[in-house]
Design a protein around this ligand. Structure first.
Ligand SMILES: Cc1ncc(COP(=O)(O)O)c(C=O)c1O
Length: 391
């Protein structure tokens, strides 16, 4: 039995999406910039996908720029705004301390080149407050970037409220909605943002394909310079098969959103409550609401998360940790640390992220296995729940 509970890392490609990618790759090979029949067929595939992606986030097709994914879209938004607004003297950038590395490390790179940056703190809830933003905003803030939903703990941020504050000080608002799109309603008008990032492989689309939605009228320097593709905003011949696949995935995501949200909430809560009841020494990290319906992040006291991940994998269950293992050192998740979790708790945390094909039987299988796995791992290190390691 193989169970995939790591949908925030990536999702399986829907069969109809895979078929679309293969068909477009074979049949619509023209260059969408060419005026002849072959080119126009490829352009039609881009146009269809642009409409689907725009509809998924409540925007206009003309506002959608295709990119190579979430990381590029985040870079495009932040670097594009920084470059565009620099001559106006706006050299301050704000994000939260729990953003994805695509945002955090872009801010760090811009800081090395002279921009002033602020990372807003979050408390144990994993939700940033409007007060924190109000305090950080200045008259030279160019852009505020706050993710719609966090990838590690799933908390949903008050983006609309924050956007109103940012606009009040003349700053632009960007949201990285990579982990929200397809899991909850995402509407650019309701959010009040100027720029929104999305990535196809998080909603059953192909990898290496994404988009930046740019509100009409927003001044933004081209991120990739070259030809006149994507209304002069992102040069390079478009990834037509990938984009076509993303369009189909966007249509599917929109069609199933309401029912799937309810189904995933029920499944996730069954898993979460089951773990809390069956495994002593477990705690949910971050606020339970507002949260995307598929994610729970749980710390298992006295258990090394990497060991638990491997033990679960041996039982056929794929989950993830927020820790990055580099050169033999376990770096605790920057998200959990920003929430104030001590290192040992951050290093004992596991993310379960559910999706499309997951079933109640799979949740129950995991609930059946987990208590004995955790008990065994604790026995190995001489740890009991309720007390730290004995030696
Ligand atoms: C919140 C968030 N932003 C950005 C990304 C990067 O997206 P991509 O993998 O498409 O570059 C991810 C991927 O994990 C993410 O979770």
């Amino acid at each position: 039995m193989r169970i995939y509970f790591d949908h925030n890392a990536t999702t399986p490609v829907a069969p109809v999406v895979a078929d679309t990618v293969a068909r477009v790759l074979r049949e619509d090979f023209g260059n969408p910039s060419s005026v002849h029949h072959f080119g126009q067929r490829a352009k039609a595939r881009l146009d269809e996908a642009r409409s689907e992606v725009a509809a998924l986030v409540g925007g206009d097709p003309s506002e959608v720029v295709f990119t190579s994914g979430g990381t590029e879209s985040d870079n495009f938004a932040l670097r594009g705004v920084a470059e565009t607004l620099e001559p106006a003297g706006r050299r301050h950038l704000i994000a939260t301390a729990i953003e994805h590395e695509a945002v955090v490390n872009t801010l760090k790179a811009l800081a090395r080149r002279g921009w002033r940056t602020t990372l807003l703190p979050v408390g144990a809830s994993g939700i940033v407050s409007a007060d924190a933003l109000a305090e950080a905003l200045t008259d030279d803030t160019a852009i505020v970037s706050v993710m719609t939903a966090n990838n590690e703990i799933g908390t949903v941020q008050p983006v609309a409220e924050l956007a109103a504050l940012a606009h009040g000080r003349g700053a632009l608002m960007h949201t990285d909605a990579v982990q929200a799109v397809g899991k909850m309603p995402v509407d650019v008008t309701a959010l009040g943002v100027d720029l929104l990032t999305l990535s196809a492989h998080k909603f059953n689309g192909p990898k290496g394909t994404g988009a930046l939605w740019i509100r009409r009228g927003t001044r933004l320097a081209a991120f990739v310079t070259g030809g006149r593709h994507e209304r002069n905003r992102r040069a390079g011949t478009e990834n037509v098969p990938g984009v076509a696949g993303m369009g189909v995935a966007a249509g599917l995501a929109r069609a199933k959103l309401g029912a799937e949200t309810a189904r995933l909430t029920t499944l996730r809560d069954r898993l979460e409550q089951g773990i809390l009841a069956a495994v002593p020494g477990t705690t949910v990290n971050g606020a339970r609401e507002p949260r995307v319906p598929n994610t729970t992040n749980i710390s298992f006291e006295g258990v090394e998360a990497e060991s638990l991940l491997i033990a679960l994998d041996l039982e056929g269950v794929a989950v993830s940790t927020g820790s990055a293992c580099s050169s033999g050192t376990l770096e605790p998740s920057h998200v959990l640390r920003a929430m104030g979790l001590p290192a040992h708790r951050a290093q004992s945390s596991i993310r379960f992220s559910l999706g499309d094909g997951n079933t109640e039987a799979e949740v129950d299988y995991v609930l059946g296995r987990l208590p004995s796995i955790v008990e065994k791992l604790r026995a190995l290190t001489g740890t009991r729940a309720g007390g730290r390691a004995r030696s």
